[in-house]
Design a protein around this ligand. Structure first.
Ligand code: UTP
Length: 276
């Protein structure tokens, strides 16, 4: 059973400056909910109850969001607005939130390693909250991945097909398809130029990791941009055993970029309006 989900949320979100100067990127709203809340909801849907969040300086709003605001509750109690807090209150009631800080931004691999203290030694999920995944009328991406983990019991990365000219934005995999949409990874490259990319199958911000990843990260050298890359660590893990890539069902929006953020907002707005 996978009960814990790690949220690396220490990055600076420079593509959203100046809004991210004093506000975490993960708190950017899509309609009325912050990005990270969508991620927590996806994890809860997949059966997880412990959210381990890697924060940094200027990220306190995340902790406040997943807490009771007594003044606010008191203020709107009995009013027509009280229901607006019901969803987040219920979510808080279902989970435990734990936090630690990544003191220096040394890359996603380093952020995940910092999570070792919160995760301990058990398999866990990772969500990059700025990748918003929606599977309307179907299972969330983490739920799909947990099912696959139950079958194969190894680390899994979520992938999607991207236009070849965009491979430089992603970790890109190469592998053999062992069942529909499931690949056994033989190679992974972080942000390759299109001519160097082994495929157009790009890793997005959903992972299920076995706890041996922590030791592997410790033995992985800094890679692209001098950062400790999770892609490099996973490649090392794949060489020792098996790492799978899973082409998930659903939509993914890159809300770390302005274009993806606007697309996600429009998509969910249309869904909400259509559902009314
Ligand atoms: P990104 O590179 O997309 O996020 O990292 P960023 O650095 O915040 O954004 P830009 O590029 O400056 O606009 C992917 C995810 O990994 C986390 C980020 O918070 C984000 O969720 N991350 C990245 C860390 O927690 N620590 C790091 O050292 C690097």
């Amino acid at each position: 059973m996978i009960k814990k989900c790690l949220f690396p949320a220490a990055g600076y979100g420079t593509r959203f400056l100046p809004v991210t100067k004093a506000m975490p990127k993960e708190m950017l709203p899509i309609l009325t909910k912050p990005l990270i809340q969508y991620g927590v909801e996806e994890a809860v849907e997949a059966g997880m109850d412990t959210m381990a969040i890697i924060t940094g300086r200027g990220k306190r709003a995340i902790e406040d969001h997943f807490d009771i605001s007594y003044e606010l509750e008191h203020q709107i109690k009995g009013s027509s607005k009280e229901h607006l807090l019901t969803e987040i209150r219920d979510l808080i009631g279902k989970c435990t939130f734990t936090y630690t800080r990544q003191v220096e931004m040394k890359g996603l691999g380093d952020a995940i390693l910092k999570g070792n203290a919160l995760i301990g030694s058990e398999p866990f999920a990772v969500v990059l909250a700025d990748d918003l995944c929606i599977n309307q009328n179907g299972e969330g991406v983490l739920s799909q991945m947990v099912k696959l983990y139950d079958k194969y019991k190894c680390s899994i990365v979520a992938i999607m097909e991207v236009p070849k000219e965009e491979t430089y934005k992603y970790g890109v995999i190469e592998g053999k398809e062992i069942e529909e949409g499931v690949y056994m990874i033989s190679n992974m490259v972080e942000k390759p130029e299109p001519q160097d990319a082994p495929s157009n199958l790009a890793i997005i911000g959903r992972y299920i990791l076995s706890d041996d990843i922590f030791e592997v990260i410790k033995d992985t050298k800094p890679g692209k941009n001098g950062e400790l890359q999770i892609t490099d660590a996973l490649m090392n893990l794949a060489q020792k055993g098996m790492v799978l890539a899973y082409r998930f069902k659903g939509e993914r929006f890159d809300c770390g970029s302005v274009d993806g953020y606007v697309e996600a907002t429009n998509y969910l707005y249309d869904l909400e309006k259509g559902g009314k």
